[in-house]
Structure formats: C-alpha cells, structure tokens
Design a protein around this ligand. Structure first.
Ligand code: HSC
Length: 699
C-alpha cells in the first residue's frame, strides 16, 4: 500500500499522507513520511515542503492500536521523526483538513506554519486516552499560543475549529469554504519563502505566570478529576515547558509519556476507545445492509423524556412531530423545549436564529393521524406494559408500512410490545438515558423479530444524533438496568445490615463512580424504582428484605431529591446525611431478623462490585450483551462508572476473575441464607476464572 503521495510544484514538494481512514501515524507511515521529507530536503530545487492528508483527514494522531506493542517505539518513533523535521532548514507547512488530532497536531506543530480549512478540527485529546501529548505538543503548543490556552486544550481534550485556532495563533492562514486548501497552502508557502518566519523559542516560558499557577491547577484537578493521573501528567509536562529549555522539556515529556503509557488507566481508556468502535459491529448487519430512509420523526409523550428525545432530532436538523393526548401536556412539553433553548442562548451556546430554526422543525400534535408519514416513531409514555402495548396497537393502525416503531422502555419486554403489532420486524427498543438530550448512551434493544435493516438504520440514526448506541437483547432491564438491580440490591441490604447510605456511597465514589447508589436513587426518584418493582412483586416475594428500605421510604413519602428527603435530606441541592434513615433501617432489620453489625468498606466494595460483575458475565453468557466491551460502555456512559477503570468487566479483569469468584463464594458462605439465595457465581465466571479472558462468543 502506498502511504505517501509525493509531488513537485516548482519550488515546492507536496507530501500527501495516504493512510486511510484517518492517517494514523503508525510505523509504516512514519517511515514513509521520513523518507519523503528526506527526499525533499535533499532536492536542491525544493525550497519548501507542504504536508497534507491526500484526500484524507490530515491525521488523527499516533496509531492507538500500536500502543502497548514495541511498534510504538520502532524508529522513526514519532518524537524523533518530529525532531528531525524541526531541524530541516527548508520550511515545512502543514495544510490541515478534516482533523489534526494528538500526534497529528504535533506533526503540524513541528512545521513552521499551519494553513487550515475552516472546517478542520484541531486538538490534543490524549488525556482522554489516559495519556499526554508525547511528541512535543506539551512543549511546542504553549510556546506558540501561550501557557493558559495550551493547558485548556490539553486538559479538555475537546478539538477546536480552525477559526478558533486562527484566533489563538495556532493557525497562520484560514482557507474559507470554496477555496482550495492545497492551492492556498502553496500560495502561502511562496509568500513565506520571501519572508521566512522565526522558529519557536527554545527558552523556558515562565514569565508572567502567577507563582501559584501550577499548585492551584493541581488542587483543582484533584478536586474535579479525583483519582485520574493523566491530567496531572499534562500539568507536569507543561510545568517543564515553563521551567526548562525546549530540549530538556521534550525529554521530560517523553519520560512522562512512557510512564503514562504503562499506566492501567491508559489501558482502560484505550479499551473504551476501541469498544466504542466495536459496538457498531453487530452480527447480522454489515455495510451491505440496506438502510431505511428517515426524514420525519415522531415522538409520543411530551414529558421530560419525550421532550429530551425530540430535542436530539431537531438539534440534528430532523423534523419531529411531538404527540400528546391533552393540549395542556403538549403545551408544557413544547414550552419546556423552548425554555431549554432560551437558557442555551443565555449561556452563549445558541443564537436566537438557531432557536427559531430548531423550533420550526418541531410540530406538536394531539392526533395520531399526524404520524401517518413518520419514518421513525419513538414512544416515551408511562412505563407500563399494557399502556405501551395499546400505543403500539394504535401505531400499527396509523403508521405507514416500513415505519420503524421504537419504544423507550427501560425495563419492559420489547418482544411483548412488538407482539401487539402485526409488524414485529419493525419494532425495536431505543432506551434513552435521562436527561435524554444530554446523555450519550442509547441502548438499542434488538427484539426477537427486529429486522436487520431496522437495527442498522437505528444504529446509523443514533450516530447522526450524536449518541453512542449499544445493542442489547431482550431481558428485564436490558444491559444497564438489569445489572443495576443486583448492585443496588446489595447496597440496600448492606444498610439493613448496619452500613449507612453515606458509607456505601463513599466507597463507590472513592472508586471513581460519579455517584453512589443512594444519591442516584434520590436523584432518579425512589417512586420510579418502586413502581418498577410493583410490576414484579410476585417474582420477588421470596426475599422480604429485597429493596425493603426503599419501599419503606416510598411509603413515608420520601421520594428523593424532588421531595426534599429520600436516603438523604436536601437543603436546596445540598445532600445531608439523615440519621432518621439509619433508624428506619435498624427498625426494619429488627422486623426482618437481620443482625446489625459494623460493615467494612472492603465488604461494601466486594458485595456491590462483585454482584455487578457477576450479573454482567451472566448477561454475556445469555447473549444479551454481544461482548464485554458493550457492557463496559453502558456502565461508563449511562451509570457514571469511571471510564479510566474501563467499565465493570474491564475492572473485573484488573481485580482478577479468580479473585471475584473466590470473593463471591466466601460471601455466599458468610451471609448464610441470604448469601445462598442471591450470591450465586455466574457459570461464565467459573469458566473464565483463572484465564483472565473476557473476550468470549467469537469476539
Ligand atoms: C497520540 O497521538 C499520542 C501522541 O501525542 C504521542 C505519540 C508518541 C508515541 C511514541 C513515544 C516514543 N489510531 O472514530 P471513527 C480508527 S494518541 C488508530 O469510527 P469518526 C478507528 O479505530 C492519539 N486508529 O470515525 C476506526 O477504525 P475501524 C490521539 C484510529 O469519523 C476508524 O479509524 N488521537 C485512530 O467517527 C474510524 O474512526 C485521538 O485520540 C488512531 N489515532 O471519527 C483521535 N483514530 O473502522 C482518536 C481513529 O477499524 N480518533 N482510528 O473501527 C478520533 O477521535 C476519531 O476516530 C476521529 C474520526 C475524529 C479521528
């Protein structure tokens, strides 16, 4: 495969990178690039060199799939390659299109100048992979644009557009839409030949910084990103740029990068990166699967969920009909959406013209007949099977043939919903997470009859609205809520046995979870969980302690944050421990004959996490989840599990599956009848313990 396109244009050498799809700077491309640049440097006719992506994005950076293998270091390694390029006497100009990310932007920073298409996106996202820029970015970027803007780019990881790059001084010349990037880059290069620009200063940068600049930032990071080591390494590298000459700073950056690459947090985040991409590969569908066209969307139910779902589509430019049964409810939903956009205007995130444009895509209706031309209908009504079935019977009557009929159920049986129509092949579950316009995760529930093109179309549309779709089979709660159940069950039981909600939550947040079980239940509403359990009372009757505390709080009107009291007390948004809840738990424990004792943090960790992992493995064995990475994505994107621990099943591998198995067996013994009832190791856990491998089912 040809990795470089080399051309001459009079005094200019045009070197095009051709490593599809994103010009990842793997060993082969680095080698070819080095050869091409050396050729241009040796050609006396060539006065300047232009680097560009040959009909491709400029570069998405180092080849992430090489990390963890010796190929990362194979010469020319990226830092050495860039050091060579910087030393060339002939000026290099980077012509940026598509993306210049990570090592790709560092390549551009090693060039004397950067010319960029207005649509190009530039960034240093390494921190999201648990890394820091490791090919000069931490030293060259602050020298080019200043310490504070460089820190913001490196810590945020979010790319900026080329116009912002121009303002910051990262881009020297912006190529407007309609202009040709390469032509403009060549013209720019010719002008530079007449007036060469100086190279970056090799001197340290410390002037003008407050004495406590780094200490303040370190303290902020410790508070905002507890437990995460990559942001601190970024800060340390930046400090080197401020305190050391360039060459020493680069050496310090290298040392920090090597350290970061070996950090389990980076392994976990790489696992997340590849899992996200793999999640889109679903057996039975491929690039050849024809897609259904989606030009008109409808959402049923204008409550918080329905309104949030509708916003996703209008934000992406797709027209939506929002259906409610009562005019007041419809007006409330429409007003809620407008209010949300108005607050975005106040925060400078939206213009009034954009608000009007989005609202023009939204049409409220009280009449199912208005859904006749919808290509995709998403039902977001009350979580009750018979209500949902009745909605789907109506949809079956009014919707055109081929329309995709989706349910936003979070727990119910999608097959039974599909069976209420004469077209189960068109029915799919689309489980949005709340708030639906914010949360990236979308569980796509494949029913027994869901047609491949329906699944493929929903995955495609999910990407279009910026979601991360993860396919689940049908079972109670799908991947996320099914795993939540045993995890939260243990948390509740631990409080009956003597822990406090705050103690349980602290163990979980110390592990890196965004919220503990009880803070989460208070936020979601204790009434919501109660109603879901009501529908399953018969199957749960064998354990009177099952979620007993939550049921009691529900009956006392303590519904969580919205009622000011739940597992905690609330003053405004402030969460305060409530001794009354511990008293209630003690009273219930007495009634249930549970001995209260002091519970260690380690026991809390093991009971909550081992049961979570165990259920995940069971789901995998049942084929509800296609692979362990999908389970990890659901938990990191929907339930606040720290991405830098990779998700529950990646974490299980770190803990050792044999340790998890031994832990469950010990707990089962120690907890008597309760342990015998609930703590049953999943057969897959037994099969995998000792092997440490989680990639089952042919993946
Ligand atoms: C880095 O650059 C470190 C450096 O600072 C220092 C290195 C020094 C090391 C040496 C020390 C001695 N690599 O996302 P998509 C694949 S760290 C490999 O579906 P989109 C991706 O897997 C890197 N593969 O498309 C997928 O493959 P599949 C910093 C990469 O259009 C295909 O490309 N850079 C890759 O939605 C399409 O990707 C980043 O973190 C890479 N760098 O988004 C950027 N990037 O088809 C990461 C992509 O087989 N990438 N692939 O599944 C992205 O953000 C997105 O992929 C894009 C495209 C926005 C580029």
């Amino acid at each position: 495969m040809q990795l470089i396109d080399y051309r001459r244009d009079n005094q200019l050498a045009l070197i095009g990178l051709c490593n599809a799809p994103v010009n990842a700077l793997g060993h082969g491309l680095r080698q070819a690039l080095m050869q091409a640049c050396t050729r241009a440097a040796a050609d006396p006719e060539v006065k300047a060199i232009i680097l560009h992506g040959h009909h491709l994005p400029f570069s998405a950076g180092a080849d992430i799939s090489e990390f963890g293998s010796p190929r990362t270091w194979q010469q020319p390694a990226l830092p050495q390659l860039l050091d060579e390029l910087v030393r060339f006497s002939k000026p290099l100009i980077a012509a940026l299109d598509g993306v210049a990310l990570g090592g790709g932007l560092e390549l551009a920073l090693a060039c004397r100048h950067r010319v960029a298409s207005a649509t190009a996106r530039l960034g240093l996202p390494e921190v999201r992979l648990g890394l820091l820029p490791g090919a000069g970015g931490t030293q060259r970027l602050p020298r080019l644009i200043g310490v504070a803007p460089a820190l913001a780019l490196m810590l945020g990881g979010e790319p900026i557009d080329a116009r912002q790059g121009l303002t910051l001084g990262l881009v020297d010349h912006l190529v407007e839409p309609g202009q040709d990037l390469l032509e403009q880059a060549c013209a720019f290069a010719r002008r530079q030949l007449a007036h060469p620009a100086p190279a970056l200063t090799p001197a340290p940068l410390s002037q003008g910084l407050a004495d406590d600049f780094f200490d303040t930032h370190a303290a902020q990071l410790a508070a905002r990103k507890p437990g995460q080591r990559a942001p601190l390494r970024v800060l340390a590298a930046l400090r080197a740029a401020c305190e050391l000459p360039l060459a020493e700073g680069l050496a310090r950056e290298q040392a920090l990068f090597r350290e970061a690459l070996q950090d389990p947090q980076a392994t976990a985040l790489r696992h997340q990166f590849f899992a996200e991409r793999e999640a889109l590969r679903v057996p039975g569908i491929d690039a050849a699967t024809a897609l259904r066209s989606i030009a008109q969307v409808a959402v049923i139910g204008a409550g918080t969920m329905g309104a949030g779902i509708a916003m996703n589509f209008i934000n992406a430019g797709l027209p939506v009909r929002l259906l409610e049964l009562k005019p007041e409810a419809l007006d409330r939903g429409l007003a809620q959406i407008r209010k949300h956009y108005e607050s975005s205007i106040t925060r400078g995130k939206l213009t009034p013209a954009q608000l009007e444009q989005r609202m023009s895509l939204l049409q409220g209706t009280l009449d199912y007949a208005d859904l006749a031309d919808a290509d995709l209908v998403i039902e977001a009504v009350f979580e009750d099977l018979s209500i949902k079935q009745s909605v789907f019977r109506t949809l079956d009557r009014v919707c055109k043939p081929g329309a995709i009929l989706a349910s936003n159920t979070s727990t119910l049986d999608v097959d039974r919903i599909a069976a209420s129509t004469r077209r189960p092949q068109d029915v799919v579950g689309l489980h949005f997470f709340s708030p639906a316009h914010v949360m990236r995760l979308l569980e796509v529930v494949r029913g027994r009859a869901t047609a491949p093109d329906v699944l493929a179309t929903t995955l495609k549309i999910a990407k279009r609205i910026g979601k991360l779709p993860v396919v689940s089979g049908v079972c109670f709660g799908f991947i996320g809520n099914r795993m939540l159940e045993p995890y939260a069950r243990e948390a509740h039981r631990l409080v009956l046995e003597g822990a406090s909600p705050a103690q349980v939550d602290k163990v979980l947040t110390d592990l890196g979870l965004a919220m503990g079980v009880f803070a989460m239940y208070d936020l979601a509403g204790i009434d919501v969980g109660y109603l879901v359990r009501q529908a399953r009372r018969n199957e749960l009757a064998h354990d009177p302690s099952y979620f007993r505390l939550a049921d009691e709080l529900y009956s006392l009107g303590r519904h969580g944050q919205k009622s000011g009291r739940g597992f905690y007390r609330y003053e405004g948004r402030e969460r305060i421990e409530d001794p009354e809840v511990v008293q209630i738990a003690a009273r219930l424990a007495g009634k249930l004959g549970i001995n209260r004792r002091s519970i260690s943090d380690a026991e809390i960790h093991d009971r909550c996490l081992f049961t979570l992992i165990n259920e995940g493995l069971q789901l995998l064995d049942e084929g509800i989840a296609l692979r362990s990475g999908d389970i990890d994505l659901v938990w990191t994107n929907g339930y606040g599990f720290p991405a830098w621990r990779g998700g529950p099943l990646h974490y299980a591998r770190d803990l050792g599956l044999d340790n998890v198995l031994a832990g469950i067996e010990q707990l089962r013994e120690r907890l008597g009848a309760y342990g015998q009832l609930w703590l049953q190791p999943a057969p897959l856990l037994r099969r995998l313990a000792g092997s440490g491998k989680l990639r089952v089912q042919g993946h």
